[in-house]
Design a protein around this ligand. Sequence first.
Ligand code: DLL
Length: 447
Amino acid sequence: MPDTSSSPKPPSFQYWNRAMETMNRAELEAWQLSRLQKTLDYSLRTPFYKERLSGTGIKSGNDIRSLDDLKKIPFTTKHDLRDGFPYGFLSIPLEDVVRLHASSGTTGTPTTIYFSAEDIKRWTGFVARSIFATGCNKTDVFQNMITYGLFTGGLGFHSGGEEVGMLVIPSGPGNTTRQFRLMQDFGTTVLHATPSFLLHVESKMREEGIARESLRLRKAFAGAEPYSEDTRLRIEKLLNIDVYNSYGLSEMNGPGVAFECQCKNGLHIWEDGYIAEIINPETLEPVREGETGELVLTILCREATPILRYRTRDLTGFIPGPCACGRTHRRLRRITGRSDDMLIINGVNVFPSQIEEVVMAMHQVGNNYLIVVEKEGSLDRLTVKVEVGQDIFMDDSRLLNAVRDKIAKTLQASITINPRVELHEKGALPVSEGKAVRVEDKRPKDV
Ligand code: DLL
C-alpha cells in the first residue's frame, strides 16, 4: 500500500513504501547482505552456479560475510545464460514456477527467466513503486502501449499499474488510430511506450489531425531503449506531457530496476532489489565513483532464477549526492548505450547515442532517423538518414541543402567523422513498434 501519511514534503514526493525507499545507507546495506546470502543459497541449487561457484570456496550464503565479499563471486554473462538454456539457472522445483519470460536477442537461443508467485509479487511491487514515484496514482488511466507476451515490458507494467490502482488499458503497441480512439474514449492520462514509438505517435497525431486538447494525457514512461535528453525534451514539448525514464532488463525481471522520480535527475536503482556495481569493461575493476562504466547487477528479489553479478553491457555511472525527493537509493545517469553497440568507423569509435544527441537537438530534424554503415572500397562509409522537420518542404532545394550541410557539420564536430546526410520526407523511414532499430551495419562481418 502507498504511504502518503503526514508527509512533510509536497504531495508530489509521494512514496509507495517510505520505509524501504528512504532507508539509511547502513540499513540498506544490511538488507542487501541478508538478501544476498539468501540469493546465494538459491543459486547453489542451480546446475550453473553449483559448477561456477565450485572453485570459490562459497558453499552457502553464510560464506559471504560482507558486501565486500561480492567480489569473490565470478561475473555472469549473457553467454552463460544462453549456455544454461533451458533450465540451468532454475533453483526451485518446476511445480513452484508460475511464469516465464524470455528474450530472443539476435543469435536465436533465448534467455529464459522463471518466476515463482512470490517473485511476481516482488517484481510488481518494484514497478508499482516506480510508477508511484512519478506522481501517478489510482485516479490515472494508463494506456500500456508496449509489447505484451514473452517481452517483460507489457505484463510488467500491466501488473504494476494495477497494483497502483490505475485503470490499465492493455492496448499493446501499433495501430495509432486505435490508440487515439482509446485515449479519447477512456480519457487516458498516462502512456507507456518506447521513446521511438512515442515520437511516432506524435507524428501520427499531427497527421491524423487529433487535437491535443481532446486528450487528457499528462505523463509517459519511456524506456526499453536508449534515448537522449533532447529526445525526452522533444517528446515532452510536442505531446505536452512529463516523460520519465524507465530502465530494466529481462535478466533482472524486466522494467522496475531503475526509474526516475519527479526530480528527473537520474534513475533511482532500487537497491533493496538489486546490487549495482559499475566496472571498467576492459579491466573488470570498479570505476571511480561517478565515472562511466558497465553496469553489473545482482538480483536480490527473485528466488526462481537467481543471477549474480550480471554484466549488462549497459554504460552508465552513479550520480553522487542525495536526491531532493528524499529517496536514499542511488541514482544512475541516463544509459547512453551499450559497450557492444559501439561502431568503429575507419578506426574511430562512435556510439549511436552521440549521433542521436546531435540530430534530436536540431529543430530542422523530424522524429525519426537511421544510421547506416557500409563498405565503399576499403573504407567505411557512414550515412545518417533523417526525416525533415514539419516546417521544411521537400521542394525547397536551397533550404534542404543548407539543412543537410548544417547537420553534417554539427555531426562532424561531435564524432570527428564526415557523414553523408540524407534528408527524407516525414514517414519515409522505417518505424518499429517495439525497440527501434537505429543502426544498419551492412559491412561484411569478417572484416
Ligand atoms: O527492455 C525491459 C524494459 C521494458 C525496460 C520496458 C523498460 C521498459 P530487454 O528486452 O531484456 O528488457 O532489454 C534490456 O534494453 O540492457 C538496455 O540495453 C536497454 N534499455 C532498457 N531500458 C533502457 C533505458 C527490457 N531506459 C536492454 N535506457 C537493457 C537505455 C535501456 N537503455
